[in-house]
Design a protein around this ligand. Structure first.
Ligand code: GP9
Ligand code: MN
Length: 672
């Protein structure tokens, strides 16, 4: 490489002739393509000349490496290897483009290990993510194949060993320069693995993939090396940070049935929002303002790559999901002390999960066993006809309608998690399902969001009415939560129009991570509670309301109603929000003005440490599977073998019902 650069300056003509080879062309094309993709397809937050320069040079080492692999071979094998290497790299780049459109993130080993469930998830939305114009990303591949076929630049490197030596040394040199420059701009880059954006911005997409492989193998070893003494540090931390329950609320909802309802992608800005003077979510608005609802407008989602499943995980464990990959997929065999198991053991609850998608999605059927869900009513229990389904599965109205019939047979008290689906990216509705208008904000996804959120709202209202009719409303508590954002940064322009702003700044984007959260129950002393809270805080809050002591459990969240609740919400990427500040990308913003602060606040370090510590302790538990060394007092460890979610045959159900259709079903019986 250096030799090439030197000679192209000194003797451009001769050099061109000498290097007029397909390898050089391949290198330049891949480099250029990668850089263009960085600029046009990802939001890497590049600022200033220096960062642009690093971005420009970071693909060099890996692109050179791709072009150089062929020097391992002699003769025609060189072309073949080049074509294969180039095509695979291009497919990898394109896969990241598509993945980014959906997740606003890059592919990792963990997400790939998520296998069919994660890929399946993308697969369902794929039509909205792939465009014919994307063929342009493969133009260079066609050119390369064409040149080889037509023998336009058919130079075979005879002295392949020398070429290999030279190019590989160039790869290493360039990479070290890249790393050095990156370290200058962002010290400790490799030690902070929270944010994949940084790594891609500074080291490049391909180098990130290698980094990710190394990191993942480290985690695997971490578990193997952990022992029982590792749990002491976490235990001390949890005990020191425990927030006493609020006596006014402790046990206020004791013995009630619990509906834990996941509102797909429902951001909090829709509450009380009016589209052309019409409320988008009139039912949720009425609940939010009801005297029997605790409504938390400063509730933030804290999910990572595991999206819906990450939210479920936080709610059931009060721990954080993983920095990379979905904990549901990667850690379903770990030891957990989940909410269903606690409710069952401490208060005799019958527990279930209900979701109109197939049970393998997000590996739910495995993680639910770990959590101790008695039953899982998945797509097999629902009428998955075309008119009832959209995107991943059941539309919310038929989902709730059919669920009521199942719930009606539950033994009480019960805890049931219901995961809605319709309000999912790209939010398009079947015309027969709505009369609500679409928005006019210059972005189809944003425009459709309102229609789809309105549909979710209506379905909830109908569900509540059905429950009232069945006599299941009065003695129940409804925990309603938006699992994660619906409109990613890719839709910031449309969102700016919605909010009547010039642009969405990083500060605004962090504020938009608020999702809906409320607890409603007839007779509950409600009110609007402005405390800053997140998904990890749900479990202790709910358990305390149900009168269950949580002091023996290793939780990262704290009771939202406790006077000792520490109002800091760490996001999975290391940013955080508090009542006064928003910390993004290592910069503090003032919540009052939305502007970056010239000086960090006085308590900056205390807040940074607090946020880091929470994530660190949780990561210790998850990565090292530490709960296998800790059993809370009185808790009976879950035996996964006791649970399976195979649907009983009709004959089994009939035989069961024939005994006496009206008899009260015991907790351990099959209530189908
Ligand atoms: C799929 C549903 C949606 O079963 O949970 O998943 P998401 O894409 O939101 O994680
Ligand atoms: Mn979701």
């Amino acid at each position: 490489m250096l030799h090439f650069l030197k000679s192209i300056v000194k003797e451009p003509r001769k050099t061109f002739k000498h290097y007029n080879s397909i390898f050089v062309l391949a290198f330049f094309m891949l480099w250029a393509k990668t850089f263009i993709v960085y600029l046009t397809q990802f939001q890497l937050g590049v600022e200033g000349f220096f960062q642009y320069f690093i971005l420009f040079i970071n693909p060099i080492s890996s692109c050179l490496f791709v072009a150089a692999i062929c020097f391992f071979f002699k003769g025609k094998g060189q072309y073949r290897t080049l074509l294969i290497g180039y095509t695979i790299t291009s497919i990898w780049l394109y896969s990241n483009i598509v993945y980014y459109r959906f997740f606003n993130d890059f592919i990792t080993v963990q997400t790939m290990a998520s296998g069919p469930s994660n890929a399946g998830q993308l697969g369902e939305s794929i039509a909205g993510l792939i465009y014919p114009r994307d063929l342009i990303f493969f133009l260079d591949v066609f050119i390369l194949f064409f040149i080889v076929a037509k023998k336009k630049l058919p130079v075979i490197i005879k002295n392949n060993k020398k070429a290999l030596r030279r190019t590989l040394s160039a790869v290493i040199c360039v990479f070290l320069i890249n790393l050095g420059l990156a370290e200058i701009d962002r010290p400790q880059l490799l030690k902070r693995s929270f944010d994949r954006n940084y790594l891609v911005k500074y080291l490049g997409l391909y180098n990130f993939a290698i980094y990710d492989v190394v990191q993942t193998s480290k985690t695997v070893t971490q578990r193997a090396l952990a022992d029982s003494s590792d749990v002491t540090e976490v235990e001390n931390y949890v005990n020191a940070n425990y927030a006493e329950p609020n006596p006014e609320y402790f046990g206020a909802l004791k013995g009630k049935n619990v509906f834990m309802i996941s509102l797909e992608s429902l951001q909090n800005f829709v509450i009380d929002y009016e589209l052309n003077g019409v409320e988008v979510t009139p039912f949720l608005n009425s609940l939010a303002h009801s005297e029997n609802t605790l409504y938390f407008p400063n509730f933030f989602h804290q999910t990572g790559q595991g999206k819906t499943s990450d939210a479920e995980f936080m709610i059931d464990t009060a721990l954080y999901p993983m920095a990379q990959g979905a904990v549901y997929v990667n850690k379903s065999n770990s030891v957990m002390q989940g909410m269903p198991a606690i409710l069952s053991q401490e208060a005799g609850y019958y527990t279930s999960a209900m979701h109109g998608n197939y049970k393998t999605f997000w590996n739910r059927n495995e993680m639910y066993r770990t959590m101790g869900y008695d039953d899982f009513f998945d797509a097999e229990y629902y009428d998955m006809t075309e008119e009832h389904t959209k995107n991943y599965g059941m539309k919310d109205v038929p989902f709730f309608e059919e669920s009521v019939e199942i719930i009606d047979k539950f033994p009480q008290p019960f805890y049931t998690k219901m995961i809605t689906l319709s309000n999912h990216f790209p939010f398009g509705m079947d015309p027969e399902d709505t009369t609500f208008p679409v928005g006019d904000f210059g972005d189809d996804v944003v425009n459709q969001y309102f229609q789809s959120a309105n549909y979710l709202d209506q379905s909830l209202q109908m569900f509540f009415e059905d429950l009232k009719a069945k006599g299941l409303y009065e003695n129940s508590v409804f925990v309603l939560y938006g699992d994660h954002y619906g409109l990613s940064g890719a839709h910031n322009k449309g969102m700016a129009n919605v909010l009547g702003k010039e642009e969405i700044t990083p500060f605004d984007e962090a504020q938009l991570q608020r999702t809906v959260f409320m607890i409603h129950s007839p007779g509950l002393k409600g009110g609007i509670n402005e405390t800053y809270v997140g998904e990890t805080d749900i479990r202790p809050t709910l358990l305390h309301l149900l009168g269950i002591d949580t002091s023996g459990y290793l939780e990262m969240g704290t009771d939202m109603l406790s006077p000792e609740h520490f109002p800091i919400v760490p996001f999975r990427n290391g940013d955080f929000v508090t009542e006064d500040y928003t910390y993004i990308d290592e910069k503090f913003y003032d919540n009052k003005t939305g502007l970056e602060m010239a000086e960090p606040p006085e308590d900056a370090q205390k807040l940074i440490d607090a946020s880091k510590e929470k994530l660190y302790m949780s990561d210790q538990i998850i990565n090292k599977d530490l709960l296998r060394f800790y059993t809370p007092p009185g808790f009976e460890p879950i035996n996964r073998e006791d649970y399976n979610y195979l649907k009983p045959s009709q004959a089994e159900v009939d035989a069961y019902r024939s005994v006496d259709p009206d008899r009260v079903i015991e907790k351990d019986e099959v209530p189908k």
